[in-house]
Each structure stands twice: as C-alpha cells, then as structure tokens.
Design a protein around this ligand. Structure first.
Ligand SMILES: Nc1nc2c(ncn2[C@@H]2O[C@H](COP(=O)(O)OP(=O)(O)OP(=O)(O)O)[C@@H](O)[C@H]2O)c(=O)[nH]1
Ligand SMILES: [Mg+2]
Length: 393
C-alpha cells in the first residue's frame, strides 16, 4: 500500500514549504497562487535505522525503504471565496480525494513580510474555516448521493430507504458542525459512509507551522497538551501567549478530535533539507530538536493510520514493508507478492532486536528466537519475516 498524504491549508500557511521540507523537491514557495490548481507530488522514503543495520549485516544487492507519497495542492486560495459557498472544485478535489490521510497545516508563525489572507494570525479561526470548507464539500457529496438513492428507493427496495435515512441523518449532523470522523455509526453505516470518501472522515494530522525560535517550546507544549487531562486543556491554552497560544489552540483541537498535532518550522526545515545531512544534525542539536519535522510528520502519519513496518532480509534485498497493525501473516506476505499470500504455508519470524543480538538467523534459531508461525499469526512491528509458500496447485 502506498501511503498518500495530502497537504492542505489556507493560503500562505506554508503548505509548499512543508512539502519541500518533506521531500527536498524544491517546489517554488511564496506568493498567492494564480488560480490554476497545480499540484506538487513527490514520493519520499521513510527513514528506518533497522533497514540500515540489516543492510550492513547482509550487504544485499538492494536496499528498499517504505515510501510515502505527498501531495501539495495550490489553489485553495482561489477556491477560497467560492468554496465557502459550495465546497471545493472538482479539480482541487481530484488531488486530495485519493489521499489516505490529510496533513492540515495551520499558520502559527508571525511575519511582517508574509501577509495573512485574513489580516491576522488566528489558528483556531483558520482551522475552523478550513474544516468548514471541507464539510461543505462533504455536504455536496452527500446531497449528490441522496438524489441517486432517492431515485433508487422509489423502486421499493428497503435497502435504499435505509441508506436514504442514514444520509439524511449524516447531513443533519454535518450541518450542525460535526465532522464525518466524529459521527457515531455502526459498522454497516460506517461502510456506507466510507464509500463516499468524505474529506472530513479522512484521518487528519494537524501541523502547527511556527517560527524557528519557538519550535522546541512548541513541541514540548504539544506533548504536554497530549498528556494533560481533558478538563485541564482550557487553562493550559489560556496560559499561552503569542505563537504558543496558536500552537495550543491547534493542540487542544487535536485532543478534542482524538487526533495528533505536531509542530514544524516549515520554512527553516525546507532550508535544512538542502544542506548535507552532516550539517543538518548540527543544526538540529543547536535548535534542541531530536529529528527533522519531515520525520515527525511521517511517524505521526504512521501512528494516525495505524500502520506498522515489518522487514525482510537476505543477500538479495533488505526491505521495509508497510501493513496495517493487526494484519495476519498471509496479508503481510501478500505485500511481498500476491502468489505468496495465495500459496502461504507459514512464516519464519524473528524479532529485529533478537536478530541484532544474535547476529545471524542460525544463532537466533539456536536460541529459539526463529519462530514458525501460521495463518493466524498477527504480524508485529519490527518482525523480520521469511515466508514459505507453494503455488503449484
Ligand atoms: N517566517 C516564516 N515564514 C514562513 C514559514 N513557513 C512559510 N513561510 C513563508 O510564507 C510564505 C508562504 O509559504 P508557502 O509554503 O508558499 O505557503 P503555501 O501554503 O504553499 O501558500 P499557497 O500555495 O500560496 O497557498 C513563503 O514566503 C514562505 O517562505 C515559517 O515557518 N516562518
Ligand atoms: Mg503553495
């Protein structure tokens, strides 16, 4: 599964800068967009130290990291006024409908040289505006489906009447300000609604774009907000001033919605991305940051989507693979090849840490750490797997 993350946000929030920080693609940032809906697309390898260490041991011919695709869409600027009335244009939507998750970038930085389209920096307002635009788009989608379902219901099939009732209920809830991700639906209702690919039902990651001077504090504040009891949030937000107040608003909203928020300094990190990696480490240390924002975005995306990584290792190739947490061994095998899923016999599994401590599969086997697992085994993050299969039948 290629994980695709759509970067969205109000005009001048720093979408293209974040895209560049993530991808190093050097797309032109700055300036209001011209009205054409032009998208920047790039595929990024997910940094994984385990792959590097395994590659050092196996010296494989090929080393392959998991990848994430990022899409940066310009044009929300021009869509803005119109979108307020009728949701986003089809062209704009085409670029983000297919995304598995949205990275919603919210401007927190203040800068005299970068005008805010609304005249002032207000993260809570911007986030509400943006989500309202997405909701309007979803309402248009729902209305479109209602017309078709209502027609079908005339034929007398109960199923369509049930669907129509559900659509009406969801419509009323979205109109009352709820997001599709917050609806209380049973599994079959959820399946019907998932069919609509509503924007507000996509997993969302909130990205607070801050000045480099507050980056470290913003990260600490978001961690504090994520851990605080819910009733302590308002006081924690109220205690902040300046950019950190904006960050706190973003963090508190993420908490209320049960999603994640991270802080980046998109402009700075886009610039860092252009330096040689040795120099980047020095800068990060000076800024008091453990890792680049790009890596934090990717990791948060994995957590958000409930994805894990398993590994395959040998002389041919060392490779990281992405699966949903909770997947069984044959599903994981199917990532490698559909034939392996079809003819799955068993998986030989070693934990990455055990393998590194043992130094080889042979020693791991002697220690009883190379396990034989069957069809029911649930693959774990950091499993090194070798699949046995037979497709002769
Ligand atoms: N001071 C400061 N400026 C920033 C930051 N992030 C982005 N900018 C600047 O803000 C301007 C807009 O950034 P972009 O990344 O182009 O924003 P965008 O959301 O892609 O804008 P549109 O595509 O026009 O909607 C650029 O001049 C950036 O250099 C930041 O963290 N701090
Ligand atoms: Mg842009």
């Amino acid at each position: 599964m290629a994980l695709t993350v759509g970067i969205i946000g109000l005009p001048q929030a720093g979408k293209t800068s974040l895209f560049n920080a993530l991808t190093g693609a050097g797309a032109p940032a700055g300036g209001y967009s011209t009205g054409t809906v032009q998208a920047n697309l790039a595929v990024v390898s997910v940094p994984d130290e385990r792959v590097e260490r395994l590659a050092a041991i196996f010296q494989p011919r090929k080393k392959t990291l998991a990848t994430v695709e990022f899409v940066d869409v310009a044009g929300l600027a021009s869509a803005g006024a119109e979108a307020k009335r009728e949701g986003l244009s089809d062209e704009y939507l085409g670029h983000i409908r297919a995304a598995n998750a949205l990275a919603v970038i919210v401007r927190c930085f203040t800068s005299a040289s970068v005008p805010h389209p609304a005249g002032s920096v207000d993260a809570a307002r911007d986030l509400s505006d943006l989500l309202a635009t997405l909701t309007l788009t979803d309402l248009a989608t729902i209305e479109g489906r209602m017309v078709r379902t209502a027609k079908a219901a005339k034929g007398g099939d109960k199923k369509y009447q049930v669907e129509l009732d559900l659509l009406r209920r969801v419509q009323a809830e979205l109109e009352a300000g709820k997001l599709a991700s917050e609806l209380d639906l049973d599994p079959s209702e959820r399946a019907t609604i998932n069919d609509l690919f509503l924007l507000t039902s996509k997993p969302r990651l909130y990205v607070a774009n801050v000045s480099e001077t507050v980056l470290a504090d913003a990260g600490a504040l978001l961690a504090q907000l994520a851990a605080a009891p819910a009733d302590a949030l308002p006081a924690l937000v109220a205690a902040q001033t300046g950019e950190l107040r904006a960050v706190a608003e973003v963090g508190a909203r993420a908490r209320r919605e049960g999603t994640q928020a991270i802080a980046v300094s998109a402009k700075l990190e886009a610039e860092l991305k252009e330096l040689p990696p040795e120099d980047t480490a020095e800068y990060l240390e000076a800024l008091g940051l453990p890792q680049l924002g790009a890596e934090r975005v990717i990791q948060a995306g994995y957590r958000l989507l409930n994805l894990i990584t398993f590994l395959t290792a040998g002389e041919d190739e060392v490779r990281a693979w992405t699966v949903e947490a909770g997947s069984r061994a044959p599903t994981a095998a199917g990532k490698v090849h559909t034939d392996i899923e079809r003819g799955f016999i068993r998986a030989e599994v070693t934990r990455y840490e055990d393998f590194i401590a043992a130094g080889s599969f042979a020693v791991a086997r002697e220690r009883g750490q190379l396990r034989l697992e069957g069809k029911e085994y649930i693959i774990q993050d950091g499993d090194i797997a070798h699949f046995r299969f037979n497709v002769s039948k």
